[in-house]
Design a protein around this ligand. Structure first.
Ligand code: 4NP
Length: 165
């Protein structure tokens, strides 16, 4: 089983929609017995909460029901997940610092990625923008970014693990 974790700050906007969309993409390829995913936040503010209602509304418009309850990223996740995808550079740095070994290297190799590096239309931006203090259009934009990135990230996993679809 390949385990994937999407991480943002609050785990109520960007990472739960990414989890919901990615699960759909995995199901479309018939890979749900091989690839599993979850999401988490680096912060503790919203532990136990459903995704933000604006995010749930935008997801529902795409036929996706978000049921995830927010949880905080923990050291155990380094052992439980093959891939950890950070939604922005701040989340990435937070996770990288938590995963540092005594000699300053990150454990283990090739586990942590900036999610938007997979976005074919990312331009110069490597962050999935935080929509929390924005209008509904920002949530819709997040949805598009994470879907494009998810399609490319799934392709990357399929190739890397030689999965047959
Ligand atoms: P997320 O968005 O990291 O995409 O879940 C946020 C959610 C909550 C807050 C900030 C960003 N907050 O400050 O409470």
């Amino acid at each position: 089983m390949i385990q994937v974790l999407f991480v943002c700050l609050g785990n109520i906007c960007r990472s739960p929609i990414t989890e919901g969309i990615f699960k759909d993409l995995v199901r479309e390829k018939g890979l749900e017995a091989i690839i599993q995913c979850d999401s988490a936040g680096t912060a503790a503010y919203h532990i136990g909460s459903l995704a933000d209602k604006r995010m749930r509304k935008v997801a529902l418009a795409q036929g996706i029901i978000l049921t995830h309850c927010a949880r905080q990223f923990s050291d155990k996740d380094f052992n439980d997940y093959n891939y950890i995808l950070a939604m922005d550079q701040s989340n990435y740095e937070h996770i990288r610092k938590k995963g540092l070994r005594g000699d300053g290297s990150y454990l283990p190799e090739q586990q942590l990625y900036l999610y938007r590096m997979f976005d074919p239309k990312r331009g110069s931006s490597v962050n999935v923008p935080d929509p929390y203090y924005e209008e509904i259009a920002a949530f819709e934009e997040v949805c598009e970014i994470v879907k494009r990135s998810g399609i490319a990230f799934l392709d990357f996993i399929i190739k890397k693990h030689n999965l047959t679809i």
